[in-house]
Design a protein around this ligand. Structure first.
Ligand SMILES: O=C(O)[C@H](O)[C@@H](O)[C@H](O)[C@H](O)COP(=O)(O)O
Length: 609
């Protein structure tokens, strides 16, 4: 293992310094919570009876306080394919717990949205804030104070960040995340995108498109592209919150079951009553957060994490921003290419060495912190650089060896790109993120007259009528957290991709989000401050742009600017708040949300975190 890379060391020190007060307050809180944790033997018998009444065969063990009682927070629903396998989990987890004299109770459920289902639809405007609703639901589940540890069942985009934020507010408890793995590969993501582009151009029928989509999304398990859900799994490994290597093992396999079983046994082993106490609030420290950022950059992960990492870190008293991410990006090489940044999917990535290989390379190059607490048998990250397998029925970890596919995974000494997957853009239009790993370097700079839109639907209409057939920067504004909850605008990818393939220089500029599955088209996203002013607020510069203004997006120099003189202009008026699809229920989240760079969260802002 090499010495720590100087940039990683410097940024970690900076994060530690700026988080000093917040982190101290947080650690004091969890120490107090640990000290004040109600001894179950002292809790009122009536309260206990309420808690154990439904426990059936575990009632006796709970009554006698035989072993740790583990609370499961599950985000099961069977519309979300990734979460469908969780249906059978509670029963299994209870059995695994009994093997070691522990008990498992389902503490509560959380909502879980599928961004694939709501993409381009009004339901997507609830998506970012569903993360905070999940954190709050996690808090409600754990508020019963009957648990000695937690198992967190969630995979997809907002669910892992929401579960982690909620769990961190119970940071005196140990926790293990339990993923259930990707579905087998179907129609390749590249072929799926090609049919979408054909359809956008009128060259494929709706029936052909649906067949292609169903060939891709075909069974229970996580979608196979490297989007937000799978980036979540990467981060949980690099933060040490999984049983090592649990991320990408498919559902319904013996290995998956062995990993789930190990998760129960691990969380029971690292509780406050044992001699190896590892509360999640200590596992998630500044170094673990830096590891998550490094992993995101090294693998070209989802841009959504530029919003979620600051939010998750805040819940543990830690402050990070896009400057930290961007500076790290200069030091972290891109060592993985998974669709949308390459052609293989997460199953191929896993076969080629997967997370074990990535972590081994990052540790070897001094880019990741080895000395995080983690939940693995041996403290630290070393176990995460191995891959799990079965020796008979027993779980065993083996060395990963060389990359099994040099098109997909490369050593840190011979990477795909010398720097990581994300750039910060700045200028007179604000601050924005640019996913450089997904965009051909020849397209890192686009300067063209802009067309300004207020909805993604209007972009589709302009595209269909041929109005966008030219070099153009497409600006889609009023898509920030306070305007409409900051939806993903991934449905713009096929039309903009078509324009690009027709030979035009095209870029997108928006205060909204793109999906983890977006790539190819250069995009300045999450522009902050957002265009929307809100009561008593100030409109961001995007609200001043007009059709025809020259806009420059440059990932090389980190620029997002216009040559137009904006100083005398009046901002475009805020759009009216949308109602329907439940959006009116989320008005308070929109009113109170802070900026994307801080996590776009009303909950954290209001809590003073
Ligand atoms: O951030 C993400 O990872 C996406 O929101 C993802 O959850 C969503 O399902 C995509 O919209 C589907 O991607 P495809 O366009 O490849 O089907």
């Amino acid at each position: 293992m090499n010495d720590l890379d100087p940039t990683v060391a410097r940024i970690t020190d900076r994060i530690i310094a700026k988080s000093k007060d917040g982190r101290r307050r947080y650690l004091d809180l969890i120490a107090r919570e640990a000290d004040n944790r109600p001894e179950r033997s002292q809790v009122s018998c009536s309260n206990l009876a309420h808690a154990f009444a439904g426990a059936e065969e575990d009632q006796e063990a709970l009554k006698l306080h035989r072993g740790p009682n583990i609370g499961v927070v599950t985000s099961y629903n069977d519309m979300l394919s990734a979460h469908a396998p969780y249906y059978r989990y509670p029963e299994r987890l209870k059995i695994y717990a009994r093997e070691i004299g522990a008990t498992v109770q389902v503490a509560g459920g959380t909502p879980a949205m599928c961004d694939g289902v709501t993409q381009g639809e009004t339901g997507m405007e609830l998506s970012l804030f569903s993360r905070d609703a999940i954190a709050m639901a996690t808090g409600i589940a754990l508020s019963h104070a009957m648990y000695d540890g937690m198992l967190l069942l969630g995979i997809c985009d907002k669910i892992v960040p929401g579960l982690l934020i909620g769990a961190l507010r119970f940071g005196h408890l140990p926790a293990v995340f339990v993923p259930s793995g990707p579905m087998p590969s179907g129609v390749s993501n590249k072929a799926k995108q090609a049919v979408r582009q054909f359809y956008a151009e009128g060259k494929a029928t709706r029936a052909e498109l649906l067949d292609s989509e169903l060939g891709s999304y075909h069974s229970p398990g996580t979608c196979t592209f490297y989007g937000t859900a799978n980036s979540n799994q990467m981060m949980m490994e690099l933060m040490g919150l999984h049983v090592p290597g649990a991320a990408f093992v498919q559902p319904g396999t013996k290995l998956r079951q062995a990993l789930d079983r190990a998760a129960v046994h691990r969380v029971a082993a690292i509780g406050q009553d044992g001699d190896d106490y590892r509360p999640i609030g200590q596992c998630v420290d500044e170094k673990a957060v830096v590891n998550a950022m490094v992993g995101l950059l090294a693998t070209g992960g989802s841009t959504n994490h530029a919003i979620h990492i600051p939010a998750m870190a805040r819940a543990a008293g830690i402050q990070v921003d896009w400057t930290d991410l961007s500076e790290l990006s200069h030091a972290v090489p891109l060592i993985a290419r998974v669709y949308p940044n390459g052609s293989g999917d997460v199953n191929h990535f896993h076969e080629a060495g997967g997370m074990g290989y990535v972590i081994g390379e990052l540790l070897g190059a001094g880019l990741a912190h080895a000395d995080v607490m983690g939940v693995a048998q041996d403290r630290g990250m070393t176990d995460y650089a191995r891959e799990p397998g079965l020796d008979g029925d027993a779980l065993a970890w083996r060395e990963v060896g060389k990359s099994g596919d040099a098109e997909m995974l490369r050593p840190a000494t011979d990477p795909f790109q010398a720097d990581g997957g994300m750039r910060l853009l700045e200028g007179n239009l604000g601050r924005a993120c640019f996913k450089s790993s997904a965009v051909d370097k020849a397209r890192w700079t686009v300067e063209a007259p802009c067309r300004v839109f207020q909805t993604q639907h209007d972009v589709a209409v302009a595209f269909a009528s041929g109005e966008l057939d030219r070099d153009v920067v497409v600006v889609v504004r009023f898509q920030g957290p306070r305007a409409n909850g900051m939806p993903e605008l991934h449905k713009l990818t096929p039309p903009l991709g078509v324009l690009q393939d027709r030979g035009y220089r095209v870029a997108l500029v928006t205060d909204g989000r793109m999906s983890g599955a977006s790539g190819k088209v250069p995009a300045a996203i999450h522009v902050s401050p957002e265009a929307y002013a809100g009561a008593g607020g100030r409109s961001g510069p995007l609200s001043l742009l007009r059709d025809g203004d020259m806009v420059r997006v440059c990932a090389e120099t980190g620029t997002l600017s216009t040559s137009a003189d904006l100083s005398q202009r009046t901002p475009a008026p805020d759009p009216a708040a949308a109602v329907g699809t439940g959006r009116e229920l989320f008005a308070m989240f929109r009113h109170l949300a802070d900026e994307a760079e801080k996590g776009g969260s009303a909950m954290l802002a209001s809590a003073g975190l």
